[in-house]
Design a protein around this ligand. Structure first.
Ligand code: NAD
Length: 496
């Protein structure tokens, strides 16, 4: 099939969007590289302290008027943005594929999920409603109103460059706050496109700002006294060592979503035909670079016949996955984001072998459809004989690997899930409601799948996570995001 046209042409400079102006950063300039072709497709600046300060100032200045804009009017800006996102749906999706490497279908899914968050935030007049009680004491009424707080920082990871800032930003601005988005410097183009559409939708200058860069910009945001709160999505070490402690030290409210090593439990009574395709997208979709990707497949029971037949079918399905350029619609798996990430995954494969796991399918030298360098490509890789003490179970690999493990019964399988340091999206495949309910009840996991391989909550549910996968109390998306981006003010009144 023909390769779709690339939306990013030449080598554009990705600018910051501050106070309604597009400004080129005066900081160090780095390349944005397409992992399929290894060509530089754009350049982006690592913003300076002055540029962060300018964005905070613009956001602060925009805040008083934006806060006074009635929620129903703020919602109308979001409705306009939603229409523009639909009109630009295909271009936005192709930008993600070009900068990140995921397949065009995966990008379209990402665009759709991003838009859904804008749609949910359009309900702000209802979402922001408070509570009231008459006669809490004789002649005294009490009520709660939700008020915005000011400027929020939104920090994104590389793996969902378009969607993840939309888990926060629409809710923050709908509630009357102003935002500064800091996309991953590896993939800044789709946030630039989003900001263009925000501008076209007519949002007042300073309500929505984008400042590009890496960790120095994050540090600047964390330390800035005029930023009220932070939402962060990224790896667990950054969450645990940088984001959460620094927000604590500077008194900022924070939602911090970290990494994962999700377990998918297979009961012998599962619907095998329906389960196998679900496992393919869970483990190998987005080249395994999803916080909700399966990493560990736990097959329950001592029935060797079932085990052998199941593993054989999984392996055969994985072998058929077509690896190549995601802008070719027949491709099912793109590259990983860059050569360094590929090397990291290769190192984990080595560690797995050293610690006693065996390779059922080795993806280190994949067959690539089309004439592309193999710099960032890996094929599906399947381990057997993985045990809970192994590094490839305990650490996040974030690549297209599946580690197959065995558990004698459901209790042991749940224990293995609960002993894993991450608790983001564990799942069970079964046709027995009692097993499913027991799993849901006992497993420690922010998101739980029952015959679902990628447990991605819809925009009107919180994007949950627990323990090694999350720090904070409230979550992004839906009503919890509104709670996070507002303060509950309680008023008690009596009239004489
Ligand atoms: P990362 O932690 O390297 O980077 C995330 C963001 O933090 C980026 O904007 C980056 O510039 C910044 N950053 C990185 N190191 C920093 C440091 N030392 N100090 C300050 N800022 C720093 O994560 P990533 O590689 O971009 O993203 C992949 C990770 O994100 C994976 O671990 C994945 O599981 C996780 N993730 C989690 C969720 C979730 O909802 N829980 C969703 C998507 C991705």
């Amino acid at each position: 099939m023909a390769v779709l046209e690339e939306p990013i042409k030449g080598v554009p400079m990705v600018k910051n969007y501050i106070g309604g102006e597009w400004v080129e950063s005066k900081g160090e300039i780095i390349d944005v590289v397409n992992p399929v072709t290894c060509e530089t497709i754009a350049k982006v600046g690592i913003s300076t302290k002055e540029e962060i300060d300018a964005a905070v100032k613009a956001a602060q200045e925009a805040y008083p008027d934006w806060r006074r804009t009635p929620p129903v009017t703020r919602a109308r800006y979001l409705f306009r943005l939603r229409e523009l996102l639909e009109e630009n749906f295909e271009e936005i999706s192709r930008i993600q594929t070009q900068e990140h490497g995921k397949t065009i279908d995966e990008s379209r899914g990402e665009t759709r999920r991003g838009i859904e968050n804008v749609e949910v935030a359009c309900g702000i007049p209802t979402l922001m409603m408070g509570d009231s009680s008459e006669d809490v004491a004789s002649g005294i009424d009490e009520y709660l109103i939700r008020q915005p707080l000011g400027v929020f920082g939104i920090i994104g990871p590389f793996n969902f460059p378009f969607m993840i800032p939309l888990w926060s930003a629409p809710y923050a601005v709908a509630a009357g706050n102003t935002v500064i988005i800091k996309p991953s410097s590896e993939v800044p183009n789709s946030q630039a496109k989003l900001a263009e559409l925000v501008e076209e939708a007519g949002f007042p200058p300073g309500v929505w700002n984008v400042v590009n860069g890496g960790r120095t910009v994050v540090n600047g945001m964390l330390d800035h006294p005029q930023i009220e709160g932070i939402t962060f999505v990224g790896s667990t070490p950054t969450m645990e060592n940088v984001i959460y402690p620094r927000c604590g030290a500077t008194g900022k409210r924070v939602i911090a979503q970290g990494g994962a090593s999700n377990c998918l439990v297979i009961m012998p009574d599962c619907n095998v035909k329906a389960t196998i395709p679900s496992l393919m997208t869970s483990f190998f979709g987005n080249a395994g670079q999803r916080c909700l990707a399966g990493q560990n497949l736990i097959i329950v029971g001592d029935d060797n016949k079932f085990y052998n037949s199941f593993v054989e079918q999984v392996t055969e399905a994985a072998k058929k996955i077509r690896v190549g350029n995601g802008l070719d619609e027949s491709i099912q798996m793109g590259p990983v984001r860059d050569a360094e990430k590929k090397q990291r995954i290769m190192n984990y494969i080595e560690i797995g072998l050293k610690e006693g796991a065996t390779l059922r399918l080795d993806g280190r030298k994949p067959k690539i459809e089309g004439d592309y360098p193999d710099t960032c490509f890996l094929g599906p890789t399947i381990f057997e004989n993985v045990t809970p003490d192994m590094t490839i179970f305990k650490e996040e690999i974030f690549g297209p690997t599946m580690g197959i493990m065995r558990a004698k019964d459901l209790d042991e399988a749940i224990q293995m899930c609960n002993d894993n340091p991450f608790h983001n999206g564990h799942a069970i495949f079964t046709s027995n409601g009692k097993y499913a309910r027991k799993f849901q009840y006992e497993v420690i996991s922010g998101n739980v799948g029952i015959n679902i391989g990628i447990v991605a909550p819809m925009a009107f549910y919180p994007f949950s996570g627990m323990k090694g996968s999350f720090m904070g109390v409230l979550h992004t998306q839906g009503k919890e995001a509104i709670r996070f981006f507002t303060e509950s003010k309680v008023c008690i009144q009596r009239w004489f």
